[in-house]
Design a protein around this ligand. Structure first.
Ligand code: SAM
Ligand code: SF4
Length: 328
């Protein structure tokens, strides 16, 4: 029988989120409000051969989907090459990325040719001024052109992430719905998650996805069934809309029961949960091709430590200062 990563709660892991860099050029208020701060030592992010080895090990143990994230993954000069290499790994069926979209207009066609199959773009508001306020960058038009370009070059569906923020975008549902009426976009509202570096931000801006969920159901939106390598979103469709709505509600009971993903940071640490502790170092086993068996064994043994769920309800954010550090 083929190998399969599995934890003590019989959850199987089909989905790897691989961070390529911690660096970002945006300053989202909920993530890096002061922008990326370089430490004293320049971090050394995973090289192309290291990425190849880690992805191969995951693919040999049942992973079928890899998401490239960060920081901002498209800041890597070798980003297209990374896509090509991940896509060429036997067993990998989907290569996805999460991006702030600043480079999409220019490069999305090239990424698609290299093998990118799925794209998630962050867009917290359809109001350019609000977008600027939240991201610290006046690049709304550039990101919107990037989304249109992705649809033009043939991505059959683009996913757009909006972090729900009280008093900022949580009342903009009608505008968002209008925007997806004739666009094959899955608009995903993500509940704000508390991270270590947040002070009063969370209490001030957290808005529950439940209200939105009820509003959608009242307007005739219906739930879709989930596939084994899907992300955590509850997806809704409506016969009058070409687009779909996804809700990601990490504070809801049972959110962790269907967890199917693992994370590897840009410096090669396995993270069992977005809100876990410091991670299992894999890097020493990524230096040569002949260490695949030891690598797979270390990952499987790390999985034995995976808890049944996160402890966000108790205000325990683990060791994650912000999501740019681990690839949200
Ligand atoms: N830079 C890329 C981007 O913004 O899409 C990829 C990395 S970013 C950390 C991945 C996703 O995490 C983005 O959609 C972002 O909006 C989301 N995110 C960041 N911090 C968050 C938080 N505290 N709560 C919920 N979502 C968050
Ligand atoms: Fe950068 Fe993405 Fe974090 Fe915004 S959410 S600061 S774009 S890493």
């Amino acid at each position: 029988m083929a190998l399969q990563f599995e934890d003590n709660f019989q959850r199987k892991f089909y989905y790897l989120r691989l961070s390529l860099t911690d660096v970002c050029n945006f300053k989202c208020t909920y993530c890096l409000p002061d922008g990326y701060q370089a430490g004293k030592e320049r971090p050394c992010f995973l090289s192309l051969p290291e990425i190849r080895r880690v992805v191969q090990a995951f693919a040999l143990c049942g992973t079928t989907k890899v998401r490239l994230t960060g920081g901002e993954p498209s800041l890597r000069r070798d980003f297209t090459e990374i896509i090509r290499q991940v896509a060429a790994t036997p067993g990998i069926e989907k290569v996805a990325m999460t991006t702030n979209g600043f480079r999409m207009e220019k490069s999305v066609a090239q990424w698609q040719q290299a093998g990118l199959t799925n794209i998630n773009v962050s867009l917290d508001s359809l109001d350019p001024r609000m977008f600027h306020q939240i991201t610290g960058e006046n690049k709304f038009d550039q990101v919107m052109r990037g989304i249109e370009r992705a649809l033009e070059v043939g991505f059959t569906q683009v996913k757009v992430n909006a972090v729900l923020l009280k008093g900022q975008n949580d009342h903009q549902l009608p505008a968002f719905l209008e925007w997806i009426k004739h666009r094959p976009v899955q608009l995903r509202f993500i509940e704000l998650m508390q991270t270590g570096a947040m002070d009063h931000y969370f209490d001030r801006y957290h808005s529950s996805g439940q209200v939105l969920c009820r509003a959608l159901q009242e307007q005739g939106w219906q739930r879709k069934v989930r596939a084994s390598n899907d992300g955590p979103a509850k997806v809704f469709w409506h016969p009058d809309y070409q687009g779909e709505i996804g809700l990601i509600m990490p504070y809801e009971d049972g959110f962790c029961e269907t967890c199917n993903r693992l994370r590897v940071s840009a410096t090669g640490k396995l993270h069992l949960c977005l809100f876990g502790e410091s991670g299992v170092d894999l890097r020493d086993l990524l230096q040569q091709d002949n260490q695949q068996a030891a690598l797979m064994a270390r990952i499987q043994s790390g999985l034995g430590q995976k808890a049944s769920g996160h402890f966000l309800h108790q205000g325990d954010t683990g060791a994650t200062p912000h999501l740019a550090s681990i690839g949200g």
